[in-house]
Design a protein around this ligand. Structure first.
Ligand code: NCD
Length: 312
């Protein structure tokens, strides 16, 4: 084994919420991700099988988990839509997990119900990684977001981070805000009032003495930002289609943003974008969202190798 550090207790662990990680865990995982990027071991996961259970649409998360696992020598099974499985016949999630754990070594699951990943982890005796549960949490996205910030800014400490878009339903925002609370970040939550950061998250930040402000217009705060984390309005979470229509065009960022921002602002987005970032920004040095998606590979490799006990 090329890695000599201890496993930090990752072996066999479920990854359900970003709250499951201490600051030390986060930094350890990011250090392993860096090693994965610099010197990947293409036989590390030989004879391992991952189940990819996607009950909700996904492009980046499913394909990067799949690619990450295969690049390390493992194999994957699974489905990208539950309609083709026995769920359609009425099988419970609990029973599905009880089957899948017999066919594989790790389960990676995305589900539309908040708390579904926690339930799956209770059913399974193998590690379960939450690839997004409803509007709740998306911890592996946060790990790659942290890795991106660290690579692009050289530090995670003391940054001014703006979160823009659908902060109510955006699970990537929920996970990232909690993670950044370990790093003395100042947070700027920019959203229409109706889509603001949920109160329980704000209370959690207050309890940790994290400084934050709320705004509706990015221009009010853009000069202060080191990072702007943009999200799409989460259409599928709205109970009322007319409500979505009201907010779908709330933000449309273009090059004019750069005139009212720090020169070295980085613009991130978990993607997919649906109009909130004009492609004219893509070629600017500020846009990092495509590189950010690429960082999903080393970060997910690190996490998989750790929970499978392949890094000692
Ligand atoms: C995000 C998600 O699924 O929460 N996408 C992703 O995993 N990169 C963001 C989104 O769908 O808006």
């Amino acid at each position: 084994m090329i890695f000599l550090m201890d496993n930090n207790g990752f072996k066999g662990r479920d990854i359900i919420s970003i709250r499951d990680f201490s600051k030390k865990d986060l930094l350890y995982l990011l250090s392993i991700a860096k090693r994965m990027e610099q010197s990947p071991d293409t036989s590390l996961l030989n004879n391992k099988i991952a189940s990819l259970l996607f009950f909700e649409p996904s492009t980046r998360t499913r394909l990067s988990f799949d690619s990450a696992f295969k690049k390390l020598g493992g194999k994957t099974i699974g489905f990208a839509q539950a309609e083709v499985t026995s769920v359609k016949k009425g099988e419970t999630l609990w029973d599905t997990i009880k089957m899948v754990e017999q066919y594989s070594d790790v389960i990676i699951m995305r589900h539309y119900i908040e708390g579904a990943a926690r339930l799956a982890a209770e059913a399974a005796s193998i590690p379960v990684l939450n690839a997004g549960d409803g509007a709740n949490q998306h911890p592996t996205q946060t790990l790659l977001d942290l890795y991106t910030i660290l690579k692009e800014k050289g530090t995670l400490e003391g940054l001014n981070i703006g979160f823009l878009g659908d902060l109510k339903y955006g699970r990537t925002v929920h996970s990232l805000a909690i993670a950044l609370s370990h790093f003395n970040a100042k947070m700027f939550f920019i959203s229409p009032k109706a889509l603001s950061m949920p109160k329980d998250y704000l209370d959690e930040l207050k309890g940790k003495n994290i400084k934050f402000t709320e705004a509706e217009d990015v221009a009010e705060v853009s000069k202060q930002l080191d990072v702007l984390y943009v999200t799409r309005i989460q259409k599928e979470r709205f109970a009322d289609a007319l409500e979505y229509e009201k907010y779908k065009n709330a933000y449309k960022l273009d090059k004019s943003l750069l005139k009212i921002s720090k020169k070295d602002l980085i613009i991130m987005h978990p993607l997919p974008r649906v109009g909130e970032i004009n492609p004219e920004l893509d070629d600017t040095k500020n846009a990092v969202y495509f590189r950010q998606a690429g960082n999903g590979i080393p970060v997910r490799q690190a996490l998989l190798a750790l929970v499978l006990g392949k890094i000692k």
